[in-house]
Design a binder for this molecule. Structure first.
Ligand SMILES: NC(=O)c1ccc[n+]([C@@H]2O[C@H](COP(=O)([O-])OP(=O)(O)OC[C@H]3O[C@@H](n4cnc5c(N)ncnc54)[C@H](O)[C@@H]3O)[C@@H](O)[C@H]2O)c1
Ligand SMILES: [Zn+2]
Length: 371
């Protein structure tokens, strides 16, 4: 049955692909997006279809969010302030308070929303669980500044200090993310699930792995490694990699991400649940650089000045079997997904590198530290 659907953040990477999928399925779509200037410095992107209602508005505005929520059945809440930036209050204002605002307005105006699916993040786990060869499963907490300055990158056992191997965190693993982004997304997720339950509106939180694909901003130097590395390579500069390049992430192609969104929206058994959404495949960041370099015909190898980001997590790969068991599985391999991305960015004309300036700024603020 055709639904009236709001996609917040519908101009962005995940939101815009979700909009396309919903239109393809015959739904009526509305977008709320403030065209954040770090992500969209040239305004409204040309991929926003003409047959959607586009509200140029902000999650921080009652009037804009109320307008967006009116005459809607389903909400996909994707709008967020992301990345590794010093704008601490903006994360809370947009991601946490902005999410509370949705429920405040639904309650006040008795808006008959049927279901809400919101973007959480695997960032909320922070360092997560590791295995010590002698002591088994451990939750080591954040690496200390002293450890990072000494270049001891791997998590160490709290009992014997041995370096430990990462485990795949299930949904029940401790949520110990300490970056402002992780804190704001954890609050968002708790608000989505808690307030949904209290107000009897089915809600779902999806803890995405690192999501990439065409339309990922090529202007934002604070988030999106595939785009950041690509803009460096296309400008004949080596991508800058923190630590030693052996840290790992799980890369999820955007079409798989949006298929998961629609899947949990349509599936009746997902109410008030949180799911990890990813491929469970660890990719070393240094290897990602080399894979991209080969695709662009550039020399392999990253620039590794020995710097690190305090609060960063060494390995970020999570167990997704809860969602696999329900019937969603990723379909696109990293090779295939990067191929689509590379074709897309090469159709965007000359791209610029904005990383150098951001890197200097983060170093000045001690958000990036050199050994
Ligand atoms: N891409 C990833 O790797 C990843 C991983 C985990 C979670 N997420 C989450 O997924 C969601 C979508 O991320 P994305 O990768 O598509 O990012 P994106 O930056 O491409 O899209 C986010 C959109 O939100 C909009 N936005 C930002 N602040 C806003 C505000 N105050 N009001 C209205 N709109 C606002 C931006 O203009 C942008 O179009 C976010 O909630 C993000 O936290 C993304
Ligand atoms: Zn040990």
């Amino acid at each position: 049955m055709s639904k009236r659907v709001l996609v917040t953040g519908g101009a962005g990477l995940i939101g815009s692909h979700l909009v396309d999928l919903l239109l393809e399925k015959g739904h009526t779509v509305k977008i709320l997006d403030n065209l954040d200037d770090q992500t969209h410095p040239h305004g409204k992107p040309d991929w926003i279809p003409s047959d959607v209602e586009f509200i140029h508005g902000d999650m921080r505005s009652d009037a804009d969010v109320k307008n967006a929520l009116t005459n809607v059945d389903w909400v996909f809440h994707q709008a967020a302030f992301g990345g590794f930036t010093p704008a601490l209050t903006q994360y809370i204002d947009v991601n946490s308070t902005g999410t509370a605002r949705i429920f405040e307005l639904i309650r006040e105006h008795k808006l008959p929303i049927e279901k809400i699916v919101a973007a959480s993040s695997q960032a909320i786990y922070g360092p997560g669980l590791y295995t010590c060869p002698s002591h088994g499963t451990q939750a080591p907490g954040m690496r200390t500044m002293e450890q990072l300055k000494a270049g001891r990158w791997e998590a160490e056992c709290p009992q014997c200090n041995a370096p430990m191997a990462p485990e795949l965190n299930p949904e029940t693993a401790p949520k110990s993310g300490e970056t402002i982004y992780a804190i704001s997304k954890h609050a968002e997720e708790k608000l989505i699930l808690g307030l949904g339950k209290a107000m009897d509106i089915p809600t779902v939180a999806l803890r995405y792995a690192v999501t990439y694909g065409p339309r990922q901003s090529i202007f934002n130097p604070y988030t999106g490694v595939v785009s950041i590395f690509s803009t460096r390579l296309l400008n004949n500069q080596r991508p800058v990699v923190y630590e030693d390049g052996k840290q790992t992430r799980d890369f999820l192609y955007v079409s798989d991400n949006v298929a998961a969104n629609l899947f949990v929206m349509e599936h009746l058994d997902t109410a008030y649940q949180a799911y990890n959404v990813g491929t469970q495949q660890p990719v070393e960041i240094g290897n990602l650089v080399n894979q991209l370099a080969r695709l662009y015909g550039k020399p392999e190898g990253a620039d590794m000045p020995g710097s690190f980001r305090p609060g960063d997590v060494r390995h970020f790969v999570h167990r997704c079997e809860k969602l696999y068991a329900l019937g969603w599985q990723p379909k696109v391999s990293l090779d295939e997904g990067l191929g689509h991305y590379v074709n897309w960015i090469q159709s965007q004309g000359n791209v610029q590198d904005y990383f150098e300036e951001a890197f200097q700024r983060l170093q000045q603020l001690q958000m990036v530290v050199s050994r």
